[in-house]
Each structure stands twice: as structure tokens, then as C-alpha cells.
Design a protein around this ligand. Structure first.
Ligand code: PMV
Ligand code: MG
Length: 359
């Protein structure tokens, strides 16, 4: 039996701007994982996951649109990851085989709702790792990132692939997205073997460490959000409000670079300041693009945490999902969690994920 595990993730800063090639973000993996096992089979194979046969599809509204908790598309990520790993296996003269593939996940609530921790990315990474081991492909962390990115990109079509990087590398990372048009063209015209050997233009992944005196606390609003729809809306703004959008990119880069410096220098105050700063960068973006990033409940989540001395912001695309707090370890967690629960926010028992040593 071959196994692949991959953690979920949360954005600490840089969301939306990181979709632009070369713009930085800081992303934390979490200690909740997707696990994939691959067991040799004869004559035919199976794919099994709780998410694939669940009866409930959760949805809510963003303005007048229905937004789905798009777990039903998990199969597309699994199948596409299989397709690319097998293409790579063939290039390496491996003999294709039958197997039973089983996905189990800690990234959903008990009734199957997504917490917004990047489950599609984690599933893609875990499938690449499990099959990579099944076919004896000896994949490095960077190989896993590249194969999973190619698969994820060909299903989702937009996005920075930062969630894939966090899932493949673990810990906390500073991340800059590669030129995805270049990747698209390369996949069409070259072997995966070649593509895995090349340095991808603009891609940067650097491990960072949270200073000992700080911790991350996460609250969940209980409403799903579609990252893909929100990213498309911001793409519209990019064309309509050129100057404001360019200003947003500049402020984003400034805050995130300071944040990364804070991490490198173990400067707790700088880190907290830049987390709060990025909340403002995002609320500004939300205002001029008319995209609902900080929902009422996310505002409550952040305000409660800030009142108690933490630095808080929405995480990722927003519109629901989770908010994060970075605080000193002396913050009264009990009080924070009580206040959150009174407001209808679920504290998640999450910590920052382990750094992944080898794929
Ligand atoms: O909502 P999440 O956790 O999936 O994060 C999305 C982050 C964006 O920058 C908005 C999109 C992306 O692909 O990086
Ligand atoms: Mg989200």
C-alpha cells in the first residue's frame, strides 16, 4: 500500500495580489490533513472518498448568486492528478497498473461542509504523493508541487497555486506564483520530465518560522465561499479600475514584504502590525471592487480578536470561510473563544502544520 498525506492551508497575507505573477504572499499550512492510500488491484480499480457520495450540497448567497461549496468537483482533481502522474510514470518507463485509491480528509466538518482550508489543493497533492510512491517515482517536494500545480491549473483555470505550495512544503512559506501561461504552454509542447527539471519563471518558495512568542488562532464562519468566483470578480475590477487596482498591488507588495522581513527577523510586533495592515489592504480592495470579502461575521471575528489584543484578518478569498488571528501566547484564548461562540463563530482546533521533510 502507498500513502500520501497533505495538509490544508490558510493565507496569512498577500491574497488576491498573489494571483499576479511575481507578487508575494505568506501562507501557513495547518495540522489537518488529507490522506490518500493506493493499493494494488487486479483487473479493475476503484476510487473512494466520503466527499464523492455525500448527499448534501451546501450553498449560500453572494448578492444574487448561488455559491456552492464545490466539493462535488473533487473527482475532477483526483482524476486529473492521476492523469499527469501516470503521464510522468510513462515518461519514466514505468508499467501502469490497477489500484484502489481511497481519500480520507480532516478538512471538512462532520456534516461534510468545507472549512475553506484548501481541500482541493490538498487532495491533489496527496494523490500525487501516493501515486508517486506507488510508481516509485522518487518525487521531491518541488516535483510534487509542480505535478500537482499542473493538475490543479488544468481543472481550476485561475488561482495562484499558493495552496498547492503550502500543501507540498508544510510549515509557513513566503510564496510567489509562477507565470502560469508559460506553464500552460510548456505542458502542451514538452515532456513533464523536462518541465519538472526546469526552474519555473517567477516561482519562489521560502520557508518561514513563526517566532516562539506568537501563535495562530482560527475561527470559522460556517458559510462556504467560492474562491474561483471571487477571483474572477477581482479580475473584472483589474480591467475596469486600472489605477486603483495597481495601487492595491503596490500596497499589497509593500505590506507582504514587510511581513516577510518580520518573519526573517523574528520581529513579533512587525508581524502583527502587517497582519492588521493587510486587513486594511483587503477592505480597501473590497470597497472599490464591490466584492464582498469581509462578511459581517468575519468583521465580528476580527473586531473581537483585535479588542483582545490580537492581529486579525480574513484569510484567503474571504466571503465566508475562516478568519485568522496572530497573537502573543498570553492572549486570553478562553475569552476570545467564548466571545466568538456567542457571535456564532466556531473556533477551529488548528495549529500550524509541520514542515514537510521529504515528499
Ligand atoms: O480562499 P482561499 O483560502 O482558497 O484563498 C484564495 C487566495 C486568493 O489569493 C484569493 C486566490 C489564489 O489562488 O491565490
Ligand atoms: Mg476561502
Amino acid at each position: 500500500m502507498s500513502t500520501g498525506i497533505a495538509p490544508g492551508k490558510l493565507y496569512l497575507a498577500g491574497e488576491y495580489a498573489v494571483v499576479e505573477t511575481g507578487f508575494p504572499a505568506v501562507i501557513a499550512s495547518v495540522d489537518q490533513y488529507v490522506k490518500v492510500t493506493v493499493t494494488k488491484a487486479k483487473g479493475s480499480g476503484t476510487i473512494q472518498s466520503k466527499n464523492l457520495n455525500k448527499q448534501l450540497i451546501h450553498w449560500n448567497r453572494q448578492g444574487t448568486e448561488l455559491v456552492f461549496d464545490d466539493t462535488e468537483s473533487q473527482l475532477a482533481y483526483i482524476l486529473t492528478a492521476i492523469k499527469f502522474v501516470e503521464r510522468y510514470a510513462i515518461e519514466n518507463h514505468k508499467k501502469l497498473a490497477y489500484y484502489d485509491l481511497l481519500v480520507t480528509s480532516e478538512l471538512d466538518s462532520d456534516d461534510g461542509k468545507k472549512f475553506g482550508l484548501g481541500s482541493s489543493a490538498a487532495v491533489t497533492v496527496a494523490v500525487v504523493k501516493a501515486l508517486g510512491s506507488f510508481y516509485d517515482l522518487d518525487l521531491s517536494k518541488m516535483d510534487v508541487y509542480k505535478l500537482a500545480s499542473i493538475a490543479h491549473l488544468s481543472v481550476q483555470g485561475n488561482g495562484s497555486l499558493g495552496d498547492i505550495a503550502a500543501s507540498a512544503f508544510g510549515g509557513i512559506i513566503a510564496y510567489k506564483s509562477p507565470d502560469r501561461n508559460w506553464v500552460f504552454n510548456m505542458v502542451r509542447n514538452h515532456s513533464l520530465k523536462k518541465l519538472l527539471k526546469l526552474n519555473w519563471p517567477n516561482l519562489k518558495i521560502e520557508p518561514l518560522h513563526l517566532p516562539k512568542e506568537l501563535e495562530m488562532v482560527v475561527g470559522w464562519t460556517g458559510s462556504p465561499a467560492s474562491t474561483s468566483i471571487l477571483v474572477d470578480r477581482i479580475a473584472l475590477t483589474k480591467a475596469q479600475k486600472v489605477e486603483k487596482y495597481q495601487h492595491f498591488l503596490k500596497s499589497s507588495r509593500h505590506s507582504v514584504e514587510q511581513l516577510i522581513k518580520g518573519f526573517r527577523d523574528s520581529d513579533a510586533d512587525m508581524i502583527k502590525k502587517m497582519i492588521s495592515d493587510y486587513r486594511k489592504v483587503l477592505t480597501d480592495l473590497a470597497r472599490f471592487s464591490d466584492v464582498h470579502i469581509e462578511t459581517k461575521l468575519l468583521t465580528k471575528l476580527c473586531d473581537i480578536a483585535e479588542k483582545l489584543g490580537g492581529a486579525a484578518k480574513t484569510s484567503g478569498a474571504g466571503g465566508g470561510d475562516c478568519g485568522i488571528v496572530i497573537s502573543n501566547k498570553d492572549l486570553n484564548l478562553k475569552h476570545l473563544k467564548n466571545e466568538w461562540e456567542k457571535a456564532g463563530i466556531t473556533p477551529l482546533k488548528l495549529k500550524i502544520g509541520e514542515i514537510i521533510d521529504h515528499a
